[in-house]
Design a protein around this ligand. Structure first.
Ligand code: IMP
Ligand code: MG
Length: 179
């Protein structure tokens, strides 16, 4: 697996330290609120777990699964909900936890969808931001790291369902997906 990685961008220690920073900001901002953490499956699970462990205010946890990619490396532009929330979110303060924001299409759609379900507030925390690739407006309140326009894997993030278990974040060699 490691032979498919062109470059390691962030090692586990660096990622964990950044997540503690994010959790501290979030804990401060969500004092006295009705925080519901909504993890976007599956890419965000490792990030979400680490983040949640470090959040110091009461919170609920829920998950959604959406798909816009299939097994390709380019977004299809169409978002489908594969798994909806388990509980209602009326009047709740939603924090969407995402692995990586690329075109922004997924989060733009999710934000509108959750707004339509009566959330009181909606913010986004993403581990990675590929800001150079943004195609639609997304307000990312908290972000871990900005990443270059390359295909990223590891720490939950996949290519065709693989590489999620790498404990670091790295750039996938193009020959892996250009075959
Ligand atoms: P967007 O809708 O284009 O912003 O795409 C967001 C989703 O695409 C993310 O949640 C990821 O699941 C996936 N994605 C975007 N860029 C990458 C990447 O470099 N590696 C792996 N998945 C990615
Ligand atoms: Mg995702």
């Amino acid at each position: 697996m490691i032979k498919d990685i062109k470059e390691i961008l962030f090692d586990e220690e660096t990622i964990k330290a950044k997540i503690v920073e994010l959790a501290n900001l979030i804990s401060e901002d969500y004092k006295g609120k009705n925080l519901v953490i909504v993890g976007v499956l599956k890419g965000s699970v490792i990030f979400a777990a680490e983040l949640i462990k470090n959040i110091k205010v009461p919170c609920e946890i829920d998950f959604m699964a959406v798909s816009s990619y299939g097994n390709s490396t380019e977004t299809s532009g169409v978002v489908r909900i594969l798994k909806d929330l388990d509980h209602g979110i009326e009047g709740k303060d939603i924090l969407i936890v995402e692995d990586i924001v690329d075109s922004g299409i997924t989060l733009n759609y999710l934000g509108k969808y959750l707004q339509g379900r009566g959330a009181k507030s909606i913010n986004i925390v993403t581990l990675l931001n590929k800001s150079a690739r943004r195609k639609t407006d997304v307000d990312v309140k908290y972000q871990g790291f900005d990443v270059p326009d390359e295909f990223i894997v590891g720490y939950g993030i996949d290519y065709a369902e693989k590489y999620r278990n790498l404990p670091f974040i790295g750039i996938l060699k193009p020959e892996v997906y250009e075959k």
